[in-house]
Design a protein around this ligand. Structure first.
Ligand SMILES: C[S@@+](CC[C@H](N)C(=O)[O-])C[C@H]1O[C@@H](n2cnc3c(N)ncnc32)[C@H](O)[C@@H]1O
Length: 264
């Protein structure tokens, strides 16, 4: 199932998408975020946008009863095949979460999912309806996926225009991470922790190692929305970004935000 015209994945890359997601775990300092969570032992936790289940596994290892929800049935089949202790998986569109008669959760984990909702304010209202009063929401999201330099002005301008185009077309919100604090507060959440996730793929300085460069090559291949938006200029951007990631002068302005917030 595809939710987003701007990040939509070609059916031909689905298998490699799983492989690419699997590699990402080691590039992000997830333990620093999990250390901030309340004791999860015995809690009911929803892993929204669980994909292939790495976070569901981690939450299960912390003693939680986990329900992983995602709309990608292939990734979910893989998650199910892992037989993760005390974890169940459900294929659904998260836009309908509030209508699914789910038990109220003690906690909700949601990483790299908020940006799929250009109106995350209204989505968070739905999410809040499946969370207990006093329950926690741990959400991680980035801002500025392509904000890497040095990059020719022509490409920087394309990227800014694409961000705006994607947002205005109810597509992916490339600035979602920077908006989370306001959206959480306006939906009745009290923020207890905020930090930036250390991330070797999205938010790093200097030259990337070859595994990260390959991940970016793959990511740029599956960005069909950006490809369509830029037309004949897209290969030039791909080349320029890859050159930039290989450069010792590479600078990233992309930030990965993490919030732990409680429902008041
Ligand atoms: C970038 S992945 C993040 C996976 C994982 N949470 C992580 O942090 O690595 C986003 C996931 O959200 C799912 N997703 C996005 N929009 C969705 C929607 N409206 N309903 C269900 N799943 C959705 C996608 O299928 C995908 O598996």
């Amino acid at each position: 199932m595809t939710f987003n015209a701007f990040l939509c994945y070609s059916p031909f890359v689905n298998h490699s998408l799983l492989e690419q997601y699997q590699k990402q775990w080691l590039w992000r300092d997830w333990n620093s975020l999990y250390a901030k969570l309340p004791n999860a032992n015995g809690s009911l936790i929803y892993d929204l946008g669980c994909a292939h289940g790495d976070h569901s596994k981690k939450l299960s290892d912390l003693g939680a009863n986990v329900m992983g929800l995602d709309g990608d049935d292939e990734l979910l089949s893989y998650a199910e095949s892992r037989c993760i202790k005390n974890a169940r998986f459900l294929c659904c569109d998260l836009s309908n979460l509030h209508e699914m008669n789910l038990a109220l959760a003690d906690g909700i984990w949601m990483s790299f999912v908020a940006a799929y909702f250009s109106n995350f304010n209204s989505q968070l209202n739905k999410i809040s309806q499946v969370l207990k009063k006093g329950g926690w929401l741990a959400t991680t999201e980035m801002s500025g996926l392509f904000d890497h330099g040095p990059l020719e002005k022509k490409y920087q301008d394309y990227i800014s225009k694409f961000y705006a185009h994607s947002f205005q077309s109810n597509g992916y919100d490339f600035k979602s991470g920077s908006k989370l604090a306001n959206v959480l507060s306006s939906n009745g959440f009290e923020i207890k922790e905020m930090m930036f996730l250390q991330d070797k793929e999205l938010s790093f300085q200097g030259a990337a190692d070859e595994s990260i460069v390959t991940a970016w090559e793959n990511r740029l291949e599956r960005m069909v929305g950006l490809k369509r938006f830029m037309g004949d200029d897209y290969p030039g951007l791909q080349k320029a970004l890859i050159q930039c990631f290989r450069s010792d002068n590479h600078q990233s302005k992309c930030k990965v935000y993490f919030y732990l917030a409680f429902k008041k």
